[in-house]
Design a protein. Structure first.
Length: 402
């Protein structure tokens, strides 16, 4: 609904101003007259530039959804009606984009839709896991419990994601710095030394000559090199967007010497945490595995979970097909088998997830400790080697003079 700015006079003669969200200007005047105001002036609130340019509008972050879940669960548990909860959430939401979406969800429910049907219209914010758990909560009358579980699950998933991002940030940043330093040296520093070397005459040492040639090549063809790099990045993104490309990249990532074991532990933690949350919320295991496979984030893991689901639909236990994959360790499979046998699979999956969260922590620390000296040696070797190559002719000249 549009927002209107109003200015009116009270019975005592005081001037009051404000803004109100109603269908039209007549509704503003009617509402204010009922409150005893007079000399009412109303005008539509001008829209922000961001409302005309979608790319300027703030995106909805995962943290916003977590806070939404927490407060929503508290309100439902306190006995507030669903429509009133959503109105309050929309009013207090600072993210304007998310506030508009919550308002639209409220309007859909007022129009007769259920909550999960209204949420389903925004898959970029509320994924299949979220929507299905809300549907289970509505059907079972435990919506507040489900929302609390969802917020707890999302918080742990955010922590897991941040750990992986933190592990990737260090080597990528060092690599970017290395490329930047080498490029700067080749384009700005080496040409100065090259002129000095030419004035000296004589034959340059092999390392220096290689460095000079590389600098000359980059100066002559930097546009071609930049275009080649841009084309390679574009081609890689196009290839990664295909099903075959995604499969090859995901499989290579899982087999990588350093990152592979970490990614497998992340996959196990995410799988067990998600399936535990769904099963404890009353979602059938086959439906839960279908959703878990879609949210795996890795095509190889997704294919393995699809096979697991197919095997279970044929009457096998969940542990049997998991044993056939090379992603889930035997300890995980045995614990799941025990959980199935005792009828406490959701609790066992939660324990496995907690254990692997700690394993991911330890793996990230170990990887960081391993990469730090390696990256420092790499950066020092590249830059130091270039500096030594630049000064070799000067050292030679000094020895000849001596």
């Amino acid at each position: 609904m549009p927002i209107f700015l109003w200015e009116a006079t009270t019975r005592k003669g005081d001037v009051k101003k404000g803004e109100i969200d109603v269908p039209d200007a007549n509704a503003v005047r009617t509402q204010l007259r009922r409150q005893g105001y007079k000399e009412i002036k109303v005008k539509a609130k001008p829209k922000d530039l961001a409302e005309y340019l979608p790319f300027l509008q703030p995106g909805v972050k995962e943290k916003d959804v977590v806070v939404f879940c927490r407060i929503f669960a508290t309100m439902i548990n306190a006995g507030l009606p669903l429509i009133q909860c959503l109105q309050l959430l929309a009013d207090q939401e600072q993210n304007k984009t998310f506030a508009k979406i919550i308002t639209k969800i409220k309007e859909d429910i007022e129009g007769g839709s259920s909550l999960f049907e209204a949420l389903k219209k925004y898959p970029e914010i509320f994924d299949d896991l979220f929507v299905n758990l809300v549907a289970a909560g509505e059907a079972g009358g435990i919506l507040d419990t489900i929302l609390n579980r969802l917020s707890a699950y999302m918080e742990k998933a955010m922590k897991l994601k941040s750990k992986v991002k933190g592990a990737m940030t260090y080597p990528i940043s060092v690599l970017v710095i290395s490329v930047g330093v080498v490029t700067l040296l080749l384009l700005k520093v080496i040409p100065v030394f090259q002129k000095m070397f030419e004035s000296m005459g004589g034959t340059l040492p092999v390392p220096t000559q290689i460095l000079v040639n590389a600098s000359q090549f980059m100066q002559d063809y930097y546009i071609v090199m930049g275009g080649t790099v841009a084309a390679a990045i574009f081609a890689f993104k196009r290839f990664a967007a295909t099903e075959k490309g995604t499969w090859m990249i995901d499989r290579t990532a899982l087999k990588a010497p350093v990152f592979g074991p970490l990614l497998k532990k992340v996959a196990v933690a995410k799988f067990t945490r998600t399936l535990s949350t769904m099963m404890s919320s009353g979602v059938p295991i086959l439906e839960g595995l279908n959703i878990v496979s879609k949210t795996a984030g890795n095509k190889v893991v997704e294919a393995a979970l699809i096979k697991v689901r197919q095997s279970i639909s044929e009457g096998k236990t969940i542990a049997e097909p998991l044993q056939e994959t090379d992603i889930f360790p035997s300890m995980v499979v045995q614990m799941i088998a025990v959980g199935e046998a005792t009828g406490a699979l959701d609790q066992m999956l939660a324990k496995i997830a907690d254990f692997y969260d700690e394993e991911v922590d330890a793996a990230v620390e170990a990887m960081t400790a391993l990469l730090e000296p390696f990256m420092m040696v790499f950066l020092g070797g590249v830059v130091g080697g270039m500096i030594v190559a630049m000064y070799l002719p000067i050292f030679q000249m000094a020895s000849v003079v001596g």
